[in-house]
Design a protein around this ligand. Structure first.
Ligand code: NAI
Length: 795
């Protein structure tokens, strides 16, 4: 008397293997040996060195691939440089035609690309066929559109030039598309290095680019491991580096590019929370979880690798999750009915094992389903670690495998605290049937991407990228395009080679001249109060004809630390209504107007009458500009081809250290500080030492403008020294340094601790008096970071 139900549960999946014949044929046609694709041709490596790329599911070698050395990297960069002028001379429409052609070509060859991806990477064919490759095509289509609209949508912007790109192995062709499509759409030429475990689909795509007649040198693909990547990063003739990979290598690249003017974007790791409230639709949340952590074997930078579940439902939720895990099939990635494929490489499998062992040693309970595992190949079962302590290694470090670390919370605020309790900030997934709770949590998690009642959704129209140590820059959408563009005026200025400025000697005699006879001694401005410098020292500030105008405080690390602390206490400024921030900026302008003549005459002693009055007048205008922007620099709403809307919110970055320029002491100050605070940031400002006493006159302007204490903090002293301290400080989220190129190098190198965003003037100087450059958008963009919140919408 077998019931239908019993029959149903007794049914076994049969294997449904995908046929790899076409791919085998393609590999054979290439004699299973690949060179580098440089200047439109396949070239053998200069060194003659090759490495093997293996199938992680079987351990078999698939092909030999060239290891590019310095000569190959140089040849590729030269080819890209040579191809640049003609590529840039094309209209946006002409470049769009190439990108459309590539998109179509990807669609025509989608099955072959999917199978090749699965063989090289180990991911299930269902994923490469239904997710990776369709998204690759979508990315080229979408960016063909940006190429078409470039002139009208990005007026005044131009391509960076030659771009070096380095990508990881977890989504080999998708990351290739994410990098190459916007770069080419914007008019750059490219040298890209795929990951050494998974080079094959990039090479297949280079072949497709060749077939559609993409001009030689526009796209160059070089192969190799980290050594090749390092050579590309260090090459002199590269204008921009874009990297996706581990945070560790991100730090190396930040350091390696510190002494250059290369633009940099980093998309790094994550430890993203998957937050389940007790009113969530549990079945949907469990399905989301499967996608969140077991998609691509968990080798996903934005994987929902930390499950935070509300205490009341924790046991019930774990039980449902375990039951679902029992049904996940681990096995040959070419089998269409397999959910979890192979781990990319032996070292990664070892790393996952070691981290799970560590988790258990640290007190977590490890659960894995009973389902059988293949005997051969690099497999790891879906794994649930419960009772994980929030500070345990498995709760803090990226495992990059099918391993979920679970912990519980009681209240929404505890959930937010746990969610933000890592150094990362890539993504978050929030499950609740209560839209108020979900959106309230969305606004408070530190993450570049937030999915409400959904997870791992990607689209070319929506920006993707992290907060904090998950990197900076966005990929996709309008914001992703800006990563491959720069203002045309900046480009022009960069071409007029700037002479390196002599280091200031004023600093050296800063405290040589300590004088107690001068009564005009200015203090630091910290937390809305005037504060004596910790050092007890001050330094003289001179007029343009050499008279001592007054004494400025000589700040040190302690003053900076105090200022950062005060700034942190004022961070609710970001939550102050934009309308209120705008009003306060208008007050600042009004109060500056009140003191206009006094400040003008003081500044005149330093920089001369003409400059002084134009600095003051321009400053007033500038403050009005940012008061106007404060409640207008809105985000946007995207309409991706899913049942979602994506709210792209411009959020404050947090605490910004600002090192002021010397050339326009007052105007430079306001041109930087105003957009920062208009956007909701709090700042620590280091004025130019030559004019530091001028700041004393601004304290009253701020005090009488209702600006909350701590939003603007001013610490004078030796700028290079203070810049370094700010750059090293882990509670500072960004640093803007507008002094000598040497200072730019210094802050970039010192910023690696928490990978803070860095903005410097070493490539091109801003003309503070030019209202076109200072119309606001360019500055507001630097003062904000975009959070993309995906919300279910419509049927
Ligand atoms: P990785 O960061 O070393 O590799 C990424 C890319 O960078 C590869 O193309 C590699 O050849 C290149 N590379 C390595 N060293 C370089 C250097 N010094 N200069 C320039 N390029 C360099 O990542 P790996 O070792 O493959 O994976 C280790 C861990 O990193 C993973 O377990 C995971 O935690 C994390 N990871 C994160 C990714 C993400 O998307 N967020 C992607 C890949 C890895």
């Amino acid at each position: 008397s077998n019931s239908i139900v019993e029959e149903f549960y007794a049914m076994e999946y049969g294997p449904a293997p995908e046929d790899p014949k076409e791919v085998e044929r393609w590999l054979d046609a290439h004699k299973r040996s690949f060179g580098n694709y440089i200047d439109g041709a396949w070239q053998k490596p200069a060194s003659g060195e090759y490495f093997a790329t293996n199938n992680p599911a079987t351990g078999d070698k698939i092909a030999d691939v060239a290891q590019a050395d310095a000569a190959d990297v140089d040849a590729a960069v030269q080819a890209a440089r040579k191809a640049l002028p003609a590529w840039q001379a094309l209209t946006g429409h002409q470049r769009a035609r190439y990108l459309y052609a590539l998109a179509r070509q990807v669609q025509k060859h989608s099955r072959r690309l999917a199978v090749l991806e699965t063989i090289d990477n180990g991911k299930p064919i269902r994923e490469s066929r239904d997710i990776d490759i369709p998204l690759v095509a979508r990315h080229f289509y979408h960016h063909a559109g940006w190429a078409q609209l470039l002139e009208s949508e990005f007026p005044g912007y131009t391509a960076c030039g030659v771009v070096g790109q380095i990508i990881p192995w977890n989504f080999p062709l998708l990351m290739f598309a994410w990098k190459v499509a916007p770069a080419l759409a914007a008019g750059n030429t490219v040298v890209i290095k795929p990951a050494e475990y998974t080079p094959l689909t990039a090479l297949a795509l280079a072949e497709l680019a060749d077939e559609i007649g993409l001009p030689p040198g526009v796209l160059n693909v070089i192969n190799g491991d980290g050594r090749t990547g390092a050579l590309l990063v260090e090459h002199d003739d590269i204008d921009k580096i874009a990297f996706t990979g581990s945070t560790e290598v991100g730090r190396i690249i930040r350091k390696a590019t510190a002494g250059s003017t290369k633009k940099l974007s980093l998309e790094l790791g994550g430890k993203s929370p998957f937050i389940v409230f007790d009113d969530a639709d549990m079945d949907s949340a469990v399905e989301g979880l499967v996608d969140g952590i077991w998609f691509n074997q968990g080798q996903v930078c934005c994987a929902g690798s930390r499950l935070l579940v509300q205490e009341r439902i924790a046991e019930a939720f774990y039980a449902k999750a375990r039951a679902r895990m029992e049904t996940l099939r681990v096995g040959s990635p070419l089998d269409k009915s397999v959910d979890i494929g192979a781990i990319v490489a032996p070292v990664q499998l070892e790393r996952i094992r070691a981290l799970v062992d560590q988790g258990v040693a640290d007190g977590a309970t490890c659960w894995q389903p009973q389902s059988t595992m293949p005997q051969k190949g690099l497999y790891f079962p879906p794994t649930l670690l419960t009772g994980v302590h929030p500070t345990a290694t498995v709760a803090q470090e990226e495992i990059f495998g099918p391993v979920l670390a679970a912990m519980t919370f009681r209240t929404p605020s505890e959930a937010i605290e746990l969610a933000n309790n890592t150094t990362y900030g890539l993504a978050a997934s929030i499950w609740s049937e209560n839209i108020n709770v979900a959106l309230d949590v969305a606004s408070q998690v530190k993450a570049g991407v937030v999915w409400v009642n959904s997870t791992n959704l990607f689209d070319a129209s929506c920006g993707f990228g992290g907060y904090r140590e998950s990197g900076y820059g966005r990929e996709g959408g309008r914001e992703g395009m800006y990563e491959y563009l720069e203002p045309a005026w900046g480009h022009e200025r960069a071409k007029q080679k700037r002479p390196a400025k002599a280091a200031s000697t004023k600093e050296d005699d800063a405290n040589a001249n300590v004088s107690d006879t001068i009564d005009r001694t200015v203090k630091q401005y910290i937390g809305g109060k005037q504060a004596r410098p910790d050092s007890g020292y001050s330094f003289p500030v001179y007029s343009s004809d050499g008279r001592v105008l007054g004494e400025a405080p000589l700040g040190n690390r302690k003053d900076i630390r105090n200022a950062v602390e005060a700034a942190h206490k004022a961070e609710k400024w970001a939550k102050t209504a934009a309308h209120t921030r705008a009003q306060i900026l208008y007050y600042i302008a009004e109060n500056l107007i009140q003191r206009r003549s006094e400040i003008t005459s003081k500044l005149a002693e330093m920089v001369g009458k003409d400059q002084a009055s134009s600095e003051v007048e321009c400053s007033i205008d500038r403050i009005f500009t940012y008061a106007a922007w404060a409640d207008k620099y809105d985000g946007s709403v995207h309409n991706p081809p899913m049942r979602n809307v994506t709210l792209a919110m411009n959020e404050a970055i947090g605490t910004i250290g600002i090192i002021c320029p010397t050339e326009a002491p007052l105007l430079g100050f306001f041109s930087l500080v105003m957009p920062a605070i208009a956007a909701g940031n709090v700042v620590i400002v280091v004025p130019s030492e030559k004019y530091a006493t001028l700041m004393g006159d601004l304290y009253q302007v701020f005090d009488t403008s209702d600006l909350p204490g701590g939003v603007v903090n001013i610490v004078a002293g030796r700028p290079s020294e203070l810049a370094k301290t700010l750059a090293e400080h882990d509670d500072v989220d960004a640093i803007w340094c507008f002094r000598d190129p040497a200072d730019a190098t210094l802050v970039k190198a010192a910023s690696v601790g928490n990978l803070k965003q860095v903005w410097t003037n070493d490539k091109y100087e801003i003309d503070w008096f030019d209202s076109n450059q200072n119309d606001g958008r360019y500055f507001m963009r630097h003062a904000t970071q975009i959070k993309n919140i995906w919300v279910p919408y419509g049927e």
